[in-house]
Design a protein around this ligand. Sequence first.
Ligand code: MN
Length: 320
Amino acid sequence: LNKILTSKNIAVISHANPDCDALGSLLGVYFALKIANLNVYAVNVGPLHKKFDFLPGFELLQTQMPADVDLIIALDCGKFSRLGIERQACEIINIDHHLSNENYGSINVIDAKAPSASAVAYDFLVKNGFAIPKESASCFYAALLADSGCFCYDVVTQQTFELAAKLVELGANPGLIGKGLTQRQSIAQVKLQAKVFDKILFYKDERLAAACVSQNDFISTNADILDADGFADKARALNGVELGMCLRELDNGFIRGSFRSKSFVNTTIIANEWGGGGHYHASGFECKIDNNFEIDSKKIINRVQNLFLEQLGDTKGDIK
Ligand SMILES: [Mn+2]
């Protein structure tokens, strides 16, 4: 606490390619420190997708780290390198819920059982006597809603709803935030989805579903890379599918892979294969393209099938 109160300029930051938990946790902490009269910057290296502009304070986000910062508070980020910034001389408070967190902070506040980084951040602020303004409550609620899969994941407990209720009491509007998060698709995104799911691939008795999105798919539907966010979730949502995956061809010669499992597959083990990471039910990686997207996708999917089977072996008789 002293570190926070004695710092002149604090940067609150979260991982590159931020999701709703990253930005919601970041902005929630930002507003709580702001009303405590601290000098604070909201920083994320981006890219910042406008679909998150329903979050209070979205317009305050800056993509460059200011030079005069003497404390960094990192949120929802398991690895220092994912913050996308240079090593700083100043101290870091690392607030997160990734099991794989590398404890890169001078203070590490990690709760791998928490449904969202915002839940950890909320506890941290309250324990240290900070007031939670309405804007923080809204941002924390949005982050909680997103990272709990709209309260559908196994991490959701009675405490999750108690936290949600508390955030609503503090001023979060569930209807507004829920619609902001789930009912603002662009037509380009829907067209991209139609195109990609028209050619979705199934393996292992249709328990593994793979959606592949090439640069050509993005261009022909006028969609951008972030419009494919959520495709792995949609693949997993299919009846009978245990593991949903999405491979995207980025415009810089890389592939981004995302994995989502329904119950027994530990997706962290799978993403680790390509140097990625994440959570039990959600993980991802990026790797350089060797040949071309089609050939590399096939290779990755083949490897995933084997990793899937290895985990299936551990749970024999457990699944349908
Ligand atoms: Mn998170």
